[in-house]
Write a protein of this length. Sequence first.
Length: 213
Amino acid sequence: MRCPVCEGPDGRPFQVVGDRAYGRCTRCEATFLFPEQRPSLEAERAEYALHQNTDGDVGYRAFLARLATPLLQRLAPAQHGLDFGCGPGPVLAAMLREAGHTVALYDPLFHPDGAALGTTYDFITCTEVTEHFHEPAAEFRRLDALLRPGGWLALMTRFQTDDARFAHWHYRRDPTHVVFYRETTLRWLAHHHGWQAEVPCPNVVLMHKPAAA
C-alpha cells in the first residue's frame, strides 16, 4: 500500500473504525485514511462551515499563539509570509500582520488566489491544515518550492501518539481529517526535504530551510 506522506510502498492496514479504514506506514509512521474514503470538496466545505473562529475570539488567538509566538521569535523584522490553508477566518494572518509582517492568503476553498502561489516567501504557516491533505507528499513539495532559502515553515497539527486510543480520538472523528502525523513522521519529512525541525511545544513543529550556500 502506497503511503501518501512518504510515497513509499510501506503502508499496512492499521485499524477499521466503523466504516472507515486506516493504514499505517512502517517507514515514516504516518496514519492515513484509505484513499477511496476521503471526503469530497463539498463535504469538506460543509464541515468547515461549522467552525466559528473569529478575530475577536481571545481563546482562539491564545490557541494560535502556540505557533505564532515561537515563530515570531525566529523571524527577522518585516518578513513576507503565506498563510497556507487559512480557512474562512484568517486570524493567524492578522496576528502576524500586527507583529509587522506582510501575509498573503491561500485556501483552495475560501481564498483560492492562484497568484499567492506564484511567488516565494520568508515564512509559511499551516495551522490545522496538514491533516486535511489528500496528497501530502505533493503538498509538502509545493510548500518547499514556495519557501525561500533561510525561511521557516510553521505547522500545527495534533500529533498522533496512542494507538490504543486512536478509535475514540476526537481528532480522528473529524470526517475531513485524512492523515495523522507522529512527531517522527514530521521529522522524517524534515530530513527528506533537508529542513531542520524544532518542536517548541506539543503539536507544533517549525521547519527551517537552510540558506543557500
